[in-house]
Structures are given as C-alpha cells and as structure tokens.
Design a binder for this molecule. Sequence first.
Ligand code: IFM
Length: 478
Amino acid sequence: MEDAVLKFPEGFLWGAATSAFQVEGHPGEITDRLSDWAVWTTIDGKISDKTTADQACEFFTRYQEDVDLCKSLNLNCFRLSLNWPALCPTEAHQDYFDAESVEYYRALLKSLKAQGMTTFVTLFHFCTPRWLADLGGWTSPRAVEAFTKYADLAAKHFGDLVDYWITHNEPLVYAYYGYVGGEWPPGHRQDYLKAFKCIRYLLEGHAKGFAAIRKHSPNAQISFAMHWRPFFAHNVFNPFDQLSRYLRDYVFNEMFPLAVETGKLDFPFPISLEPTVRALSGEIPGLKGSMDYLAINYYTREFCEFNWGPPPDPFGKQSPKTEFESSEMGWEMYPEGLYYLLTEDMAQFARKTDGELRPIFITENGMAEMHPAHLDEGDWSLEDDTRQRYLVSHLVALRKAIADGANVKGYMYWSLMDNFEWAHGLQPRFGLVRIAYPTQERTLRTSAKLYGDVAQANGIPSQYISLGVDRLNSTNYE
Ligand code: IFM
C-alpha cells in the first residue's frame, strides 16, 4: 500500500480486544452459574434487552475461526481475558486451576502465537467467581488473597504464551457500576464507602498480582487498563458543576493510576477527612511503580452537573449534553479527547521510576450501533458508516499524538465482534465483525475491511482520510 498518507511507526501493533464473559459462552461457567455475572443475567430486570451471555459468540468453541478472521484482517495482536470463575470454580481451586479450562486457554493462546500475534491477557474483566462474590467480592480482603493466587497460577500456566498482562480492566468502571450506579453485580446504589473499599482492595490485588506474575516471568510486561474519560462541566460558570467535574475527573481518571505511580492511595479533599475513608488511604506495599506500560481504553467524553438529589451528591450526574455526532448508545464522538489525554494527561505517567519512557497501548476504542439479538443473516448493519468515521477520526487523532511525542506502540479496537454488553445485553453492536446470534454466523462489516487495510498499510490509506473528522486542524503530522 504505497499510497498510505499517514504512516504509523514501524512495528506498531494493530489488534482487537475481547473479554471472556462477553464472547465465550463458556459451558462450565454458564451451566453451573460460576460467576456473579452468570447469576446476574438470570435476574429479572437486570439486562435491558432481556438477553443473557449464555451463548454470547460461542468463542469457546469457535475461537479458531475468530483467530483466522484476525489474521485475514492483518492484525498482529489480540487482547482477551481469562475466565477467572471457570479457572477457579470453587474455593479449593485457588490452589489448582480447572484442567479443562487450562487446556482451552493454552490452545487459544497457542493458536494466536501460531499466527504470529502479540498477546494481551487480562486477569479481571468484571467477572468474579460466585463463591468469592458470596464472601463479599472486592469489598473483602479475601478477594486480594484469591486474586493473588489466581495471578500466580495464571502466570505459571500461561506465562510462556503471554506478552502483556493486564491485572484489572477499568477498575473504576467496575467500582462505579457495582457500588454506585447499581447496574452491575453486586448492585449497590450510592454506596461510596463500599466503592472506595473496593478500589483499595483492587489496588492491593494489583500490587500483589503484579509481584506474582513477575516472580514467574521476570521479563513480563504488566499493567492495568484504565478507562479514561474527559469530563466537562455542564455549565462552566456554575461552581457546583465544576466541583462535580473535578471530583469525577480525579476519582474516575486520576486516582487509581496516581496511586500506582506513587504507591499511595489519596482520596479527594474534603472526602478524605471522613474517618472510614481516611482509614482506606495511604501506602500500599508493592504498589509503587507497578505499571510497566500504560493501557488506555478511550471511548467518549462526558458533561456532568451537580446532583441536588435528594440526597445531594457532590459527584454529580451525567448531563445529557453533547455537541458532536453521537453513537446510537448516546456516546459522543470526541477524538480530540484521545489526543489531549495522550499528549497532556498522560505526561505525568510518561516515565517509569528508572526514567525510561513507558510504552502506551490503546487497549480499547470503539463504538456501538443498536440491533436486536434476534436478527439473522441479511444485509443489516454491514455498511457501518458511523463506525468508519469513528475509527478513522480516532486513528487520525492518535497519529497526531504520536507525531507530537506520545510513545504509543499499539491500538486495539473494541471489539473484534459484536458481544454481550453487560447491563445492555446483546443489542449494542461494537464489532468489526457482525454476529448473527441465531446462527452465530460471522460477517465482516465495511469497517473491518477498512481496519484490515490500515493494519496492512501500517497507516491510514489516503482514500480513508476524508472519513475522519479532524477538529485538531491538520493532516500533516510530520
Ligand atoms: O464492553 C465494554 C468492555 O467490557 C470494557 N470497556 C468498555 C466496553 C464498551 O462499553
């Protein structure tokens, strides 16, 4: 592809991301309801389109087809997550993994390796073993202990096949929906104390998990994936909206990576004065600097306004305001957020303690259109113009950030294929590849072909550039 206008650095990784519960339909997990999520989907009213992940994409049995699809799209990396509940179905399995699940993951990882792919593997992507959830999940120190053993066994069994480890995916999203929003298990609402406890134990789990992986694989690259979302005040002249903006930005974006960077968890003032919160703050052994690279999931920005309640909530609420094109899920297309987070927000985490530059990977970025699960084959949703615009716009912003000094080494689109989108069910379609759930047929969308051309060219071919909005104002990024 000689005509690529915007070339990416040599050796750049182009991939797609998935997570176990969202795609696998792991028979053991589903039949025996081994995870909190497998139970949650059976409770009336929890999933908005009333679907479950019982089959999802049947990735457990069809993964070879999907690995081949990745190869056909010229992808050179893939992100997946291990199914903790299936690997540790009972408390006793903290000391030994379920053998059949080990076999499955080794075969999957070997198949990726046979195709020359770099592998990113997440340990905790929102699903907790049911037995552990019953003991209090991530609000109990038992979770730290169980997660450490899980990380240790995972590194022992799969370390030879994993290039990049991610301990937790989007810890703040997890804490928020589980303990504040209540849309995810365990379904608590506005329980900030539990959310803060959960964050503290997730950090402890990360530190110990990091050490456990390091012990088995001294050269392993280990981090966690942060969901970074730029926040704006609904009304910039309203000091209460500005307070909510500050609190949301600090807690959702900054607090976790700052704790990992410094080794110390600090809650925002004046919340930090509350005695229970104060008890959760402070040093966490082994945490400082446990971030070999930066893993960033970026989707959209958010406006926020103070929430007067009752009761009033200084963390505020999401305002419906948007300025630019939004996806059918209501997520605004805001590629400049990706540029600014890479060139400005990440500057504070740019270097490791030894001064070396941290590599940055975009471990998720994508958008969804809404199509109900019952749709069979046909030509619905294959011409995904909005996704093409979203993809090119974000790649253009990414390329500009690289030209301006951001040390980005790879990009993974979320998601390879349509999958189970948590409390929204199967309706949101994030995939480059369409899944017709009734038949499980996989079909490439136009965006998949576009992305395949990008990966092959290691850059954005000129014919696609005009699809991207470039509010950053220049396409000459050299
Ligand atoms: O589907 C999720 C994924 O599990 C975590 N990051 C955001 C995606 C889209 O909501």
